[in-house]
Design a protein around this ligand. Structure first.
Ligand SMILES: C[S@@+](CC[C@H](N)C(=O)[O-])C[C@H]1O[C@@H](n2cnc3c(N)ncnc32)[C@H](O)[C@@H]1O
Length: 196
């Protein structure tokens, strides 16, 4: 990511008031995730989901390129009395080690080059939770997420990128709300685990 983009994210996190709520699908699909273990929130932003995982008992690490986001996350973790390690890093494939994490969680971030390293970094039976934007069928300036289609998944692309995982759940064009009801949206979610 260019330094301009990092600065843009820093400005966003500098001015963002309050702290976001965790992704409701983390709670909804908790039973599809490992009970415990090492978790990574990749491109965590302010890290509401990393905090949820730490509170749920995971030994949690959060990586993000924004120093402001990482600092705010660490402050929030201390205020909540949660143990969590964070790293300000522009993630490259070399950042991952094989068999490192029992859970890798990614939301609203897409760097296709990282997928082989992400999959290799899961422990046997380790789980990937990946939720991000998909390309719109027609140009629609109002849809949430990046306007550059490169940062949005093509149809069924998430399934292809996660080949080799045992898929437990895949939705595309729909996401469940907090009650479990499926709502149309321009996102995809895959939860899958590495064969043991
Ligand atoms: C849309 S935000 C999503 C944050 C968080 N996952 C969430 O759902 O709220 C995208 C995040 O990706 C981070 N990011 C972008 N490129 C990155 C890279 N190469 N390495 C690490 N973080 C990156 C940005 O700093 C930003 O915090």
């Amino acid at each position: 990511m260019s330094s301009t983009k990092v600065e843009r994210w820093n400005r966003i996190y500098q001015t963002k008031q309050g702290f976001p709520e965790p992704n409701p699908r983390l709670t909804l699909y908790r039973s599809l995730l490992p009970a415990r273990g090492k978790a990574l929130d990749l491109a965590s932003g302010l890290g509401a989901d990393a905090l949820y995982l730490a509170a749920a008992g995971f030994k949690t690490t959060a990586w993000d390129a924004s120093s402001i986001a990482v600092d705010r996350l660490q402050t929030e973790a201390s205020a909540r009395g949660l143990a969590l390690s964070s790293r300000c890093i522009e993630v490259q494939p070399e950042a991952f080690q094989p068999n490192q994490f029992d859970l890798i969680y990614v939301r609203h971030f897409l760097d296709r080059r990282l997928f082989p390293a992400i999959l290799a970094s899961l422990t046997p039976r380790g789980t990937l939770f990946y939720e991000t934007f998909v390309q719109a069928e027609q140009s629609d300036a109002d849809i949430p997420g990046p306007s550059n289609p490169h940062y949005r998944l093509a149809p069924n692309e998430l399934l292809a990128l996660c080949q080799g995982l045992k898929v437990h759940l895949f939705t595309e064009g729909y996401l469940a709300d907090a009650t479990g009801a499926l709502r149309p949206c321009h996102e995809a979610l895959l939860i899958g685990s590495k064969p043991g």
